[in-house]
Design a binder for this molecule. Structure first.
Ligand SMILES: C[S@@+](CC[C@H](N)C(=O)[O-])C[C@H]1O[C@@H](n2cnc3c(N)ncnc32)[C@H](O)[C@@H]1O
Length: 235
């Protein structure tokens, strides 16, 4: 029994940002995860562990197969589901994935030992802000799936580690549609996330050094291409 996540943890996965019947259609008609990925997906669901939903899995399969990134950085490993899905679909990629939660780290280590058959994945344990400051590699694809209020804090370091032409994908940026509302309508406990995401949108969506696109898949993906070597966020 996993202790980290309560049964209310996955709230936004159950608040689809497009019509429920469209989500159901996507989940039923697109290719399902199979084998160990299906096993891990079922485990995450039974333990309320927030991994990418099936429609994001389908999109990532396509994205990895098309892009075939060589060096991937992931912030937010959890049980290792998305890292293993990326490894399966980008077989020549080396993947560095970061997490700070000991319970998730133990589960991810087991899953990587059992299922990372090409030994593509390196798990770094610790706080992402500390680890980002120490990394000295350049990545062509970064998946950010950690605390949402911190995306805007981590993004400058992520951009420094991203190759020109590389892509950053940030998950869960719509917060079940809350980002569209005035702040007074947001529950006080959610306001730090709300403010962080508004700053993220302001800094990226029309930034000339970046090309950004919002996609209503899962709880919303923000995709950002780094266009220039000097690409920075405004102060
Ligand atoms: C949504 S889960 C990741 C799910 C995973 N990407 C997947 O789809 O299979 C978020 C994870 O990020 C980790 N996390 C959140 N904030 C972090 C931080 N500041 N540093 C390191 N890990 C963090 C949490 O411990 C949690 O395991």
């Amino acid at each position: 029994m996993v202790k980290t996540y309560s049964k209310n943890a996955n709230r936004n996965m159950r608040r689809p940002v497009v019509k429920e019947e469209v989500v159901r259609f996507m989940r039923e008609h697109q290719a399902q995860n199979t084998g160990f990925l299906k096993k891990l997906e079922d485990f995450a669901q039974s333990e309320n562990i927030p991994i990418i939903p099936p429609e994001t899995s389908a999109y990532f399969r396509l994205l990895m197969q098309v892009l075939q990134p060589k060096k991937i950085l992931e912030i937010g490993t959890a049980i290792g589901f998305s890292a293993l899905l990326m490894a399966e679909n980008a077989p020549s990629a080396g993947i560095t994935t970061i997490d700070r939660n000991p319970e998730m780290i133990a589960l991810a280590k087991d899953n990587f030992a059992n299922y990372d058959s090409r030994r593509q994945i390196r798990l770094i344990e610790g706080e992402a802000s500390d680890i980002l400051a120490e990394l000295d590699e350049t990545y062509d694809f970064v998946f950010m799936d950690s605390a949402k209020s911190k995306y805007i804090v981590f993004l400058p370091a992520v951009l420094e580690h991203l190759a020109v032409g590389g892509l950053v994908v940030l998950d869960d940026v719509f917060q079940g549609g809350d980002v569209t509302k005035p702040i007074e309508d947001i529950h006080r406990s959610q306001r730090a996330i709300y403010r962080g995401l508004q700053k993220l949108f302001d800094a990226t969506l029309t930034n000339p050094d970046l090309t950004a696109s919002l996609l209503p898949i899962g709880d919303g993906l923000l995709m950002i291409r780094k266009n220039t070597k000097e690409a920075r966020l405004p102060d």
